[in-house]
Design a protein around this ligand. Structure first.
Ligand SMILES: *Cc1c(COP(=O)(O)O)cnc(C)c1O
Length: 371
């Protein structure tokens, strides 16, 4: 048997990520590979940094893309900021807060969990109670946009609480970046990570991160080595930072970075505020259509993520059958529920390039046809 080239089907990606990648980004990725120390490539890396600073709304020097998916950005924040014995308050209101706990514990830290129900936001009062009970805590971690439920927590308030009790804040913005308002400097977020394949609509495989001066100082003052060689920021920054002079650390995923660069240029050209507004507008259009079909949302409107719509599966409907018919007959991917929500909800993404009126109509019409 001879295996031939792989030609994927052309799907419409309206799940929890990856989202649709535009022709512009795909074409950027097909451009010639250059050496990762080539001066032209280094110039492009500098532009990626500048564009990421814009997307994050930060002036943080320590802003770049980790060469691996969002989970690596998460790991990068925890591996660098958590030292053995550090107490970290982790707020969990879905799947990803649980992964934060894993990260803390694997770094030798002590995770103090603050739980909220899936589908609700992180409760600032519960966080404050935990901070009062744990005056020795040094970090607070939470997910801004919980992709497993579609709930958007109040990052500004949670970070302010962390600081009130002398803790630094690590924020998961994998799904929020460019999809809903996120102001890293104004909200004084200390460490943040995201992913390339959600609202940035670049292919998966890169994780934008940003650290402010306080976080950088904590990393520099560590008494133990970062347990991960690959993610040790002291080493990575010699590669991404330092005007002109780069030290070899690892080989950057060159063409993947062309894709991220192009997707960030698209964000810059649209304007961040316009991008947030477009996500909101398409959410409202989808909501109107779904409500007409009698389909309701898990999360109350004021806490909803516009880019990730978690809706109840109508009674008597076969979850897996509907999703496989959407995929096979309409080339449309929507997301299944995770954990306790499996079989109960669908997660309909309207992320980045996929957040447009055409997709809203296509999704509503396809769902109507299948149901
Ligand atoms: C997708 C996601 C991640 C993990 O990103 P990967 O690119 O899949 O590794 C982490 N946190 C949140 C909130 C996510 O939505």
């Amino acid at each position: 048997m001879t295996i031939t080239s792989f030609h994927p089907p052309r799907r419409t990606l309206m799940g929890p990520g990856p989202s649709d990648v535009s022709e512009r980004v795909l074409q950027a990725m097909a451009r010639p590979t250059v050496g990762h120390m080539d001066p032209t490539f280094i110039g492009m890396m500098d532009e990626v940094k500048t564009l990421l600073q814009y997307a994050f709304q930060t002036k943080n020097e320590l802003t770049f893309a980790v060469s691996a998916p969002g989970s690596a950005g998460m790991e990068c924040c925890f591996a660098n900021l958590v030292e053995p014995g550090d107490k970290v308050i982790v707020c969990q209101n879905g799947v990803f807060g649980g992964r934060m706990q894993e990260n803390v514990e694997r770094c030798g830290g002590i995770a103090v969990m603050v739980y909220d129900d899936w589908g609700t936001v992180v409760d600032p009062q519960k966080l404050e109670a935990a901070l009062l009970e744990n005056p020795d805590a040094v970090l607070v971690a939470f997910v801004h946009a919980e992709t497993s439920t579609g709930a958007q927590s109040d990052a500004k308030t949670l970070v302010a609480l962390a600081h009130k009790y002398d803790c630094l804040a690590i924020v998961d913005a994998v799904t929020s970046l460019t999809g809903s308002p996120l102001l890293v400097d104004e909200w004084e977020i200390d460490a943040i990570y995201s992913g390339s394949q959600k609202c940035l609509s670049a292919p998966p495989g890169l994780s934008p991160v940003s650290f402010n001066a306080r976080a950088a100082e904590k990393i520099q003052q560590r008494s133990t080595k970062v347990q991960s060689w690959f993610l040790d920021l002291n080493l990575v920054m010699g590669y991404w930072g330092g005007e002109g002079k780069r030290a070899y650390h690892h080989t950057a995923p060159v063409n993947c970075l062309y894709g991220l660069h192009e997707s960030l240029v698209i964000v810059q050209d649209e304007g961040l505020g316009n991008s947030w507004a477009r996500h909101q507008q398409n959410h409202l259009a989808l909501r109107a259509g779904l409500e007409e079909m009698g389909i309701g949302f898990l999360v109350p409107e004021q806490d909803r993520l516009p880019q990730l719509n978690t809706v109840y599966i109508p009674d008597g409907v076969d979850d897996a059958l509907v999703r496989s018919r959407l995929l096979n007959e309409f080339d449309l991917e929507i997301g299944a529920g995770l954990g306790a929500l499996a079989g109960k909800v669908w997660r309909i993404g309207l992320m980045g390039h996929a957040s447009n009126q055409k997709n809203v109509d296509f999704c509503l019409n396809s769902l109507r046809a299948v149901l």
